[in-house]
Design a protein around this ligand. Structure first.
Ligand SMILES: Nc1ncnc2c1ncn2[C@@H]1O[C@H](COP(=O)(O)OP(=O)(O)O)[C@@H](O)[C@H]1O
Ligand SMILES: [Mg+2]
Length: 266
């Protein structure tokens, strides 16, 4: 059963002359993890969302746009597509846009801290852009700067959000990070917090380097994060559909829009 009613097309044209991804991915939801910084968790969160969508019974196509070689995968419950380079990125986008499976699902774009204009072209075509940041001053500065550029490019702020990643499960450390790093960030621009779970590393290990060449069953902690991330994304997409851009949003609306629960472990 479709989980969402059809979404309005995001018709912001790409201002980039050499690359245009002006497609709508409907009935897929286009979600990109983007950041000019290396290492805040774009690839990890992309795989977590793809895994979470599989556990939710939804197909996911994870498009790798990093210049580095994509992971070698064998039997993951989601598809990993090599979308490196402008021509291939456009081709893959068009291919996904032609999918007409009513069940929905996700077109996930893993940004590579690419040339900024490639990331911007991806961003403008997305239903939701997620910018991961970690508890570090540099990561936050670059993340907020990128968010401001997305706003300036005309994206609805509700559709460009931060994911606070690598939150310590030690409550004292988490509280300190909150105070030192995340305190000044507006909660309405935060989709969720994702805990630091070392087992997520297994998602970035090539399947042929695993015993039997097969994707191992992810540990429960990883599955839990994956499901929680998918739920947060799905809830935000559903909410964004109902946002009427002409209506002045009240503080109560803004409060309802914020979803800042720490993604807790089972
Ligand atoms: N929530 C997390 N918990 C633990 N480690 C994480 C988490 N998110 C990212 N990492 C680790 O941080 C490193 C960089 O993550 P990666 O997803 O490759 O970042 P990016 O794609 O943005 O460069 C990797 O070693 C990854 O395992
Ligand atoms: Mg990466």
């Amino acid at each position: 059963m479709p989980r969402r009613s059809p979404r309005s097309r995001i018709a912001v044209p790409s201002p980039i002359p050499w690359i245009s991804i002006q497609v709508t991915f409907e009935p897929l939801s286009g979600v990109a993890f983007l950041s000019p910084k290396g290492g805040p968790g774009k690839t990890t969160l992309s795989h977590l969302l793809a895994l979470g969508s599989a556990w939710a019974g939804l197909p996911a196509w994870l498009c790798h746009t990093d210049a580095r070689r994509p992971l070698r995968v064998n039997d993951r419950p989601y598809a990993l597509i090599d979308a490196r380079g402008e021509a291939r990125l456009e081709e893959v986008s068009e291919m996904l846009a032609r999918r007409r499976r009513p069940s929905g699902g996700y077109a996930i774009f893993d940004g590579g801290g690419n040339r900024g204009d490639a990331d911007m072209a991806i961003a403008l075509a997305m239903d939701l852009v997620l910018v991961p940041i970690t508890p570090s001053a540099e990561s936050i500065e670059l993340g907020l700067d990128f968010l401001a550029r997305l706003d300036q490019a005309g994206r609805a702020p509700e559709r460009s959000l931060l994911v606070l990643n690598q939150i310590s499960s030690n409550v004292h450390e988490a509280t300190m990070d909150e105070r030192l790093f995340f305190g000044g960030i507006s909660t309405v621009r935060v989709l969720c917090r994702v805990q630091r779970v070392s087992a997520v590393r297994t998602l970035l290990v090539p399947d042929d380097a695993q015993p039997g060449g097969l994707f191992p069953t992810p540990p429960p902690r990883v599955n839990h994060l994956a499901r929680a991330l998918e739920r947060a994304v799905s809830a935000r997409l559903t909410r964004a559909e109902h946002l009427d851009p002409r209506r002045t949003r009240t503080p109560a609306d803004q409060h309802a829009d914020s979803h800042t629960d720490i993604i807790a472990l089972a």
